[in-house]
Ligand binder design. Sequence first.
Ligand code: HCB
Length: 217
Amino acid sequence: MSEHDALLQEMAQSVLEGNAEQAAGLARKALEVGLEPMTAIEQGYAPGIREVGDRFERGEYFLPHLAMGAEAMKAALAVLEPELARRREERTTLGRVVIGTVAGDIHEIGKTLVATMLAANGFAVTDLGVNVPVEGFVETVRREKAQLVGLSALLTTTMLVQKEVIQALAEAGLRDQVRVMVGGAPVTAAWAEEIGADGYAEDAISAVRKARELLGV
Ligand code: HCB
């Protein structure tokens, strides 16, 4: 096994064990040995947090494990995100994006990752955070004349709010000026189509690709 592969496995393990200190240390090591920050996130930490979720679903892990896994993942991201941001190309803004996790949902890791990657790739991003009311999206899209809105939902219950936001944008007369991209673990391309979203992305890298495609940039 290569050094990078071993590191990726240790990263997943640090999240599984909810060990924030180790997760952050491995992130620093990744930067030292020249492992791409995005590779560390997508192939190291993310599989770890997904496994945490699977164990939770099987009744092997409980809520504190979910919370500790998330803390470990966030500790690693805190080390890697400044490096991702440093690579940002300041020259032009590809488009104005508003992103947030919908009302009733406090899952923030994936949404923040997508926001960071969009910003790192030249989009001007307003991150509204988590548990964002429907009106919060509508008002910000209007105020900032956003061209793209990213809606994150991690629960089967809160996926429905993505649909509500799209309806509210239409009622506010804004639907023609803004593209809508949805995402989150339970969200699929079929769901995006069903609710009238313009696009779906399964991870942060494809979110950048989809954003560029939707805005034609
Ligand atoms: Co949470 N949780 N959780 N959780 N949680 C999930 C989501 C379950 C799937 C776990 C399971 O049962 N297998 C499950 C949902 C089941 C369902 O609805 N079908 C669940 C549950 C049930 C709950 C609670 C209800 C538990 C309880 O209280 N009984 C509760 C709900 C709280 C609430 O929101 N109201 C809850 C709480 C928590 C925390 C707080 C302990 C913690 C979140 C901490 C935080 O974010 N600060 C947490 C966590 C960590 C998870 C899991 C383990 C990981 C989520 C995560 O960070 N994934 C998750 C299991 C899973 O998702 N498989 C589990 C990693 C990121 C990188 O992936 O999918 O979020 P992502 O984002 C990707 C991708 O989807 C896409 O790009 C991102 C980057 O690659 N994307 C977008 C995301 N948003 C996008 C938007 C776009 O526009 C485009 C692309």
